[in-house]
Design a protein around this ligand. Structure first.
Ligand SMILES: Nc1ncnc2c1ncn2[C@@H]1O[C@H](COP(=O)(O)OP(=O)(O)OP(=O)(O)O)[C@@H](O)[C@H]1O
Ligand SMILES: NC(=O)c1ccc[n+]([C@@H]2O[C@H](COP(=O)(O)O)[C@@H](O)[C@H]2O)c1
Length: 276
């Protein structure tokens, strides 16, 4: 039986997910904050999930924001990046990954578009759904609009200094109107990444990784290609989904191993078998 979430992904049956959005502020003196992580998620890893927890802790201890919800927005199929499996699979994997979370949602809106959508437009969509359609958060001091912020790794913010990747007007729009929570990432010099973004520094929050973790989707794809275990690097239901759908496994080698050695999905082919 497939572990894929049921339901067809299509714009005509799309509704913005609000079930995991907190209805009220716990501390009305704070400003509501919604974190939006944009990326490929091919596949989603434990590090992607940790990013939300790290940013929430950072916001609680270092800012006057209260996180009232968070979203994963995966790029659509028009984003031509190597290793990208179909948006439907990536959305299914993200949905399986957040099953145990009470506050992280997956919004398929961006991925449902045939054309590539710039991140500025994606953030506008969240702003509209949360602050216009849903409306402000009521507090004894009056209604408060939620702050929508981009949650990203240091490598993504670094691309903002690379010529030709982002339109300068989009950088200004995103960093002036939304802002960003940036998770440090090994291999990226954060000071260098931020050096050209100083005019928006008050709107950029840098979150330290206290436990260095450098899981990447690239490594997961590579492990799959080499028929190596990906277990405990991505959530178990995602491991199962990848196995069942034969994703990132060009020659189907690991599914064959699984059948021959009675391994559980995602386990190393070198691990001992129960029936041996
Ligand atoms: N190890 C990591 N540390 C900090 N941020 C990360 C890490 N892995 C991913 N991110 C961030 O997660 C977001 C979505 O990432 P993305 O889907 O591109 O994952 P990735 O692992 O970098 O992918 P790929 O390996 O395919 O390039 C991006 O903002 C990226 O910077
Ligand atoms: N011009 C833009 O809006 C722009 C440019 C580069 C990357 N991005 C976004 O950054 C994210 C990058 O993801 P990857 O690291 O997986 O390539 C994606 O969500 C992508 O849409 C946006």
């Amino acid at each position: 039986m497939s572990s894929a979430p049921t339901g067809t992904l299509a714009m005509n049956n799309y509704t913005f997910p609000t079930e995991r959005l907190q209805s009220q502020l716990k501390d009305p003196s704070r400003t509501p904050l919604v974190l939006v992580a944009c990326g490929s998620f091919s596949p989603i890893t434990f590090l992607h999930l940790r990013m939300f927890e790290m940013a929430a802790d950072y916001a609680r201890f270092n800012t006057n924001f209260e996180v009232v919800g968070a979203y994963i927005s995966a790029v659509g199929d028009a984003y031509k990046k190597s290793g990208l499996v179909k948006a439907e699979h990536r959305i299914n994997m993200c949905s399986l990954a957040v099953e145990q979370s009470s506050w992280i949602s997956v919004d398929p809106w961006e991925a449902l578009h045939e054309d590539y959508l710039e991140t500025a437009k994606v953030l506008d969509h969240f702003e509209h759904e949360i602050n216009t359609v849903r409306g402000p958060f009521n507090t004894p001091q009056g209604p408060k609009m939620a702050k929508i912020a981009l949650l990203a790794g240091a490598d993504l913010i670094q691309t903002m200094s690379a010529p030709g990747v982002w339109a300068p007007k989009d950088i200004d729009y995103i960093l002036s109107n939304f802002g960003a929570f940036i998770i440090e990432r090994g291999g990226t010099d954060i000071d260098e990444a931020l050096s050209t973004l100083q005019q928006w520094k008050d709107n950029i929050h840098v979150v330290q990784q206290l436990v260095q973790n450098d899981i990447s989707s690239t490594k997961i794809r590579l492990f799959r290609k080499r028929d190596m275990s990906i277990r405990y690097l991505v959530p178990e239901p995602v491991v199962k989904y990848i196995e069942e759908q034969g994703l990132y496994d060009e020659d189907g080698a690991s599914s064959t191993h699984e059948a021959q050695n009675s391994k559980k999905p995602g386990e190393s082919a070198g691990a001992p078998s129960q029936n041996m």
